[in-house]
Ligand binder design. Structure first.
Ligand SMILES: [Zn+2]
Length: 407
């Protein structure tokens, strides 16, 4: 099978994950796909193949040189986003894209247009794999899986390229934030790894947010409104007072790049009690800790105004920036950088404004930056992937293996 054939086969599996199920994998379709992949890896003659009850599939391409080399892993996720159906995906290849609108579904007038998605024009002349407008495509992250398997096949067919032990890891439930939590880093046994889960060609990511959640509960005192003077405390008003204390511009809609924020994600309540929820995000660990302290100060301020015990704060750290785990091993980035350049790809280092499985894996002891897989417009009907981008990602994997051995 070619890279494209592999990709088209993989997206035929419905592997949409679900926030609701509470088990791993969260949906049975992911296990069916894992079993298919396991058979494929067996038929390719890979070694140390294991598939555990949670749907984590590992395999090894053994070293083809005696030289002592680190074992390095490549990781991709099998699930697709809960945001849109991944059932009956019917992909189509638009060959030699001419830069015009692509009609995905004529009857429902669903059009993939460069006027809405200007990044399409960066791929003029390439072959784009698109949806029929009714489902997502699943390039996130089946492009990554197809690239990794195809890179391994390429290395098998080119024994003149010397490489160390390569490990493959395919995991479930990345899209619901649970891809890494049951990932057995010790069994995987690599010095470091890369997730093939980024977007546009050249993306190389080793920074993400530090993240915490904050929940503030405001207690009020309800009294008949006709007799409430100097007695009633309306917790909705107290919550509103609190919200106005926070900096108006440090919100997701007013920040970009390395700017952190407080994001008000929910509010609910009545006179007696109101609960307000925030997420706190910052790439910089010191700023992140400061933001949490500020939260505490604002809560104390409210209690100073309305009386002790009016507001209570629950703060929980969610994840941390992997940069602090990657910095001591920057050669991991350097070799990816060099590999991209060697295959004609311009590396673009980008700080993720979110989390990643790789961050969790990095804190579990497996440094794990993220490399592009080539797909765009993830999680919806406008998702597409240029064939040439997948080929470049595959070439980067092969080149990383080659460069590590050449050191
Ligand atoms: Zn992904």
């Amino acid at each position: 099978m070619t890279l494209v054939e592999r990709f088209l086969k993989y997206v035929s599996f419905d592997t949409q994950s679900s926030e609701e199920s509470g088990v791993t994998p969260s949906t049975p379709g992911q296990m069916a796909f894992a079993e298919f992949l396991k058979e494929e890896l067996e038929s390719l003659g890979l070694e140390e193949i294991s598939l555990d009850e949670h749907g984590y599939l590992f395999a090894t391409l053994p070293a083809n040189t005696e030289k002592p080399l680190p074992a390095v892993g490549f990781i991709a996720h099998m699930d697709t986003s809960p945001d849109m159906s991944g059932k009956d995906v019917t992909p189509r290849i638009v060959e030699n894209y001419d830069g015009k609108d692509i009609v995905l579904c004529a009857e429902e007038n669903i059009v993939l247009s460069p006027s809405q998605f200007p990044e399409l024009l960066d791929h003029k002349g390439e072959d784009l794999i698109v949806t029929n407008g009714k489902t997502l495509l699943g390039a996130d992250d089946k492009a990554g899986i197809a690239e990794i398997v195809s890179a391994v096949v390429y290395l098998q067919e080119h024994p003149e390229i010397k490489h160390g032990k390569i490990r493959i890891g395919f995991n479930p439930d990345e899209e619901i934030g649970l891809g890494a939590h049951k990932f057995d880093v010790r069994q995987f046994g690599c010095e470091w790894a890369y997730t093939m889960d980024g977007g546009e060609v050249g993306e190389l990511e080793f920074e993400n947010f530090n993240a915490a959640s904050a929940k503030i509960t405001f207690k009020g005192r309800n009294v008949h409104p006709g007799y409430a003077k100097n007695k009633m405390v309306n917790s909705v008003r107290v919550a509103n007072r609190f919200i106005t204390l926070l900096p108006a511009h440090e919100t997701p809609e007013h920040t970009e790049g390395y700017e952190g924020f407080f994001h008000l994600i929910g509010i609910g309540g009545d006179v007696e009690q109101t609960t307000v929820s925030y997420i706190i995000r910052d790439h910089d660990r010191t700023h992140f800790e400061d933001r949490k302290k500020q939260m505490e100060r604002w809560v104390a301020f409210i209690n100073g105004e309305y009386g002790e015990g009016t507001a209570t704060l629950e703060l929980h750290d969610q994840y941390y920036n992997m940069r602090e785990q990657i910095e001591p091993v920057m050669h991991v980035i350097d070799v990816a950088f060099a590999a991209m350049k060697a295959v004609g790809v311009d590396p673009r280092v980008k700080a993720i404004r979110g989390g990643t499985d790789g961050a969790q894996l990095s804190f579990k002891g497996l440094p794990c930056p993220n490399i592009f897989a080539g797909g765009l417009n993830f999680h919806g009907r406008y998702e597409f992937v240029p064939v040439q981008s997948m080929e470049k990602a595959m070439n980067v994997i092969v080149k990383i293996a080659e460069l590590i051995a050449a050191k």
